[in-house]
Design a protein around this ligand. Sequence first.
Ligand SMILES: *Cc1c(COP(=O)(O)O)cnc(C)c1O
Length: 554
Amino acid sequence: MTWLMNLMRPDLRSLAAYRSARKEADGFAPDIGVDANEFPWPPFGSSSVQGKMNRYPEPQPAALLGRLAALWNIAPDHILVGRGSDEGIDVLIRMFCRAGIDQILICPPTYGMYKVAATVQGAEVLRVPLRADGNLDVAAILTDCTPQTKLIFIPSPSAPMGKLMLREDIVSLCRARAEQSLIVVDEAYIEFTDYPEGMLPELPNIPNLVILRTLSKAHALAGERIGTVIAAPELIQNLLKILAPYPLTQSSIRAALDVLSPSGLIQNAERRRVLVAERERMARLLLQSPLIVSVFPSVANFLLTQTVDSAAVMAQLRRSGILARDRNSEIANTVRFSIGTPKENNLVLQALGVSAEVLDSPPSLRLLSAHRGTKETTIDVTVNLDAPNFLQIDTGIGFFDHMLAQLASHGGFGLALTCKGDLHIDPHHSIEDCALALGEALSAALGDKRGAGRFGFTTPLDEALAQVTIDLSGRPSFVFTGSFPVATVGEMPSEMVPHFFQSLANALTASFHLAVQGENTHHMIEAAFKATGRALRQAFRREGQEIPSTKGVL
Ligand SMILES: *Cc1c(COP(=O)(O)O)cnc(C)c1O
């Protein structure tokens, strides 16, 4: 792509990147590294226990790139990871803009860092305001562009309004500025929208499209400073030459791998659903404040409000110990509110004079993700007792997966469970440990609000019949009656069925009675899982704010 090289600062086109010994060793993983003048012992302090802090991190961690690439369905060589999207903005401007000559273009009101980074680099900032409807003024942008306009920054959803930019506007801008400008679409909040794929599907077709993504907002990692530039591999390779040689720390890499693990992804996705529901609730209730005139429609995790007097609003919030974002400098008398937990949101509303009576206090979230690792199995499990909207099960044992799916769907809870176990030996450890992990997760999600009631269900399935009685009593016990005519169904030994429920009862600290009769083993097992699901559904049901309970907490 010679046009890309032509866009770059001429003095950087042939820059040779810094090369560490490990880069020069080209994939060789030494047993002893005496190449980087590191300290050979770990540092003092408990946070160093997980090790490696005395060693330089991987410049672009392969495992992290791999997870991001899988998440976004692109090849890893399209991704640069650095210290937040802010670093991405910075290296793009440094790579393309000569001081005193080149320009970036922004569309105010917009995110503040584009201008700061451009000014530091000595690049001029062209400004073409968004239209009154909040969309891009494509015609005006194209009129104002010059041959020196190297980068056009477009946050989508926009900041501080939270409006998704029109795909066709971005595409036509890219096409009209082909080989002349890079169009940088900053998707910091895209995961909160109904279009989490954002502009990624256009990437293969549009060479001058660059996307910024961050783990700061939707992935809960603002404190670890991780952001990405996503673009054609040739651009990524060139940006890497001017990026700091080791931008991410060992601990930030570990944190990123955790949030991008199966459980981490589901937990955050579920929490985002809560934030989106809270955003809609806030948008409605903020209007009840005498200080708020209107609320800008938003698809992100914040709401921009038009207030009577932004300084007065900020002062009033401050008296309640609350800090919001005064956006008066961008749009007169506007204040931006990030969406917090339901409890925090209620406090914000009350501080703004919204009567406590109208605050429907939303129930706490019974969502739990856990990781369980032993020598035999590694399990990631997530349950959501209030939303059966996800079901993702992979234990490597087909029939067992099918049974767990029955348990969750009849139980009315969301379940994601992956198990990597020693199936080359037999399914015993996997089935047992899945029961323990699931029971522990359900128990923890219930918290101390577990009901004391007794729940039962009887499920017929053709000739088979299963009867279940569960008491979430806090005292584990298990009684099983029945015998299975055949020894295995699929790869699952029948004798593991009572063992599964026994382990589940232990981990749930429930007293659990199961009786199964019938002629077909498959039917009998399936009936047992369905009946257990149905009984759990009763036990987990929340009536208003309460869990059905006779005695309160046990
Ligand atoms: C928060 C934000 C960023 C910065 O993200 P980091 O990855 O934390 O640096 C970039 N762009 C927009 C529009 C933002 O709101």
